[in-house]
Design a protein around this ligand. Structure first.
Ligand code: FAD
Length: 467
């Protein structure tokens, strides 16, 4: 038997169901990756993530070669060309079945359906990106949960009762092969700050579990600290699986923390948020189509303030925590979760700019950009999503800064104009700057938060008047 494994957002050999099943029973296995640079661009994904993808693909290539499996990269511009390409490629080669792990976005699902229709060999598709399979957790009436807490309860009950899967690296097929370097074309920005490959991801996971997992609940909200795992770039490309996270957590704590208050529970809860958004994406295809989860919020009257949007993107809003976060994103391709919430709230509730513009900006700059979490995070912040922040709770960017970057260490790292500003005025530095450094160049606040907050609430109240 000869099996073909199609790698996509699952760039690993550990706990990879498609690879594992394809190799089971002693079949001869080859692997492909299909690059679609035009689709990448259409999905607005970041050049730094493309570089990270390319480097991780090379790491996978080397690991597969070690297992005696060759990896071929095929290229088409768009997903629409994939079925014909695969059909033609397979015509000249004898394979008995195609193996792949499921992808969740609507374009990926349409592509996969077309591929299944175009091929004459069976396509076997697995769940490789969630601990609990999409669609398998439902309310009593059989629907997908729309609120996180009952979803999480159900998820925890399932994992407590049935455990989780952890598939080993398949046995080598033969002698290690030599492999030629792979590299993807297209615009790339160096991602060298992030070591590539599963070994690097596993090491980071182990280090996090040893040093920070127990204190995560207390440390995770402070961007100047290293309190979170920074594993998102690896999880987004499937270099690491969530089951691996659970296994590392269990190894460190000797058991999984199933109850609130147990050490490590808060981190597990974040992994459940990740699954919640992925299950939602499958259950509600409109989320892949730039549509709001709550249909009534489609009527919100967003502002078309291009100048405000530019100031937000460039970190020139005059709100230090927002500016530090946005400049950090521009320079590193990554942003701390607390800051993502603050800047998303600022764009939608202070500048009243459509969450879709923020979502797209994040996607085009993040090394960990992925549709489910990005869309989920943006719709949560904007008040348009499943289990979203209540519309009348608007983050105050100054008090958020005071609470989570009290001394201003994070701000000073990213906003050089504020380097000499004392901690007690760093979150509202303008008077101090005007007195001590006239001509400092740091912008005045581009909006008045108190007024902007009232306007945001009024935008949502106007929806009620339409009912
Ligand atoms: P940790 O705190 O160590 O958490 C571990 C893992 O759990 C993360 O790597 C991630 O995979 C998952 N996770 C944690 N928090 C969340 C969450 N709120 N929602 C979903 N998954 C979560 N995450 C992305 O991976 N890609 C995105 O494009 C993305 N866009 C976001 C946009 C907005 C507006 C917001 C508010 C959040 C977004 N997130 C996104 C979620 C979260 O901010 C990041 O996953 C997290 O900051 C990554 O850091 P970490 O790996 O240190 O996370």
């Amino acid at each position: 038997m000869r099996h073909l494994v199609w790698f996509r957002a699952d760039l690993r050999v550990t706990d990879n169901p498609a690879l594992y099943e394809a190799t089971a029973g002693g079949a001869e296995v080859e692997a492909i990756y299909i690059d679609s640079p035009g689709q990448w661009q259409q999905h607005g994904r970041a050049p730094i993530q493309r570089d990270f993808l390319s480097r991780n693909l090379q790491a996978l290539n080397e690991q597969l070669a070690h297992l005696g499996i060759s990896l071929t990269v095929l290229t088409v511009d768009r997903f629409a060309e994939v079925p014909a390409l695969l059909a033609e490629w397979l015509e000249e080669r004898q394979f008995d079945a195609l193996y792949a792990n499921r992808e969740l976005g609507i374009d990926e699902r349409r592509r996969d359906k077309a591929v299944q229709q175009a091929l004459t060999i069976p396509c076997r598709v697995y769940n490789g990106d969630c601990v609990v399979d999409h669609g398998s957790l439902t309310t009593r009436s059989g629907d997908m949960y729309k609120v996180f807490t009952p979803f999480a309860k159900s998820w925890l009950a399932r994992v407590r009762a049935s455990g989780y899967r952890f598939l080993p690296v398949p046995a080598a097929q033969g002698e290690p092969q030599s492999c030629t370097p792979l590299g993807l074309s297209g615009e790339r920005i160096s991602s060298e700050e992030w070591p590539a490959g599963e070994a690097a991801a596993a090491e980071r996971l182990a280090q996090f579990c040893q040093s920070s997992l127990r204190d995560y609940g207390e440390q995770r909200d402070f961007p100047a600290e290293n309190g979170t795992s920074s594993l998102s770039p690896y999880l987004a490309l499937g270099v690491l699986s969530p089951n691996q996270c659970l296994a590392a957590m269990e190894y460190e704590l000797e058991q999984l923390p199933f109850s609130r208050g147990e050490p490590g529970f808060v981190w597990l809860n974040e992994l459940i948020w990740r699954e919640f958004y992925r299950h939602l994406l499958v259950a509600f295809p409109r989320l892949s189509m730039e549509r709001a989860f709550k249909p009534d919020t489609e009527a919100l009257q967003w502002s078309r303030d291009d100048q405000g949007f530019r100031a937000w993107c460039e970190g020139q809003t005059g709100y230090p925590i927002v500016d530090a976060a946005m400049r950090c994103l521009a320079q590193t391709g990554w942003m701390h979760n607390r800051l993502r919430m603050i800047v998303a709230s600022f764009l939608t509730k202070d500048l009243h700019i459509d969450w879709r513009r923020g979502e797209a900006w994040f996607m085009s700059t993040l090394i960990d950009g992925e549709l489910a979490a990005n869309n989920g995070g943006w719709q949560w912040a904007a008040g348009t999503g499943a289990d979203a922040a209540p519309y009348f709770r608007v983050f105050n960017p100054s008090t958020q800064g005071e609470r989570f970057d009290t001394n201003g260490d994070f701000i000073r790292r990213w906003v050089p104009e504020l380097a000499g500003v004392p901690a007690k005025v760093i979150h509202a530095p303008h008077d101090w700057l005007d007195t001590h450094h006239p001509g400092h160049g740091y912008p005045k606040p581009i909006v008045d938060h108190a007024r902007a907050r009232l306007h945001a609430i009024a935008m949502f109240d106007a929806l009620k008047d339409r009912e």
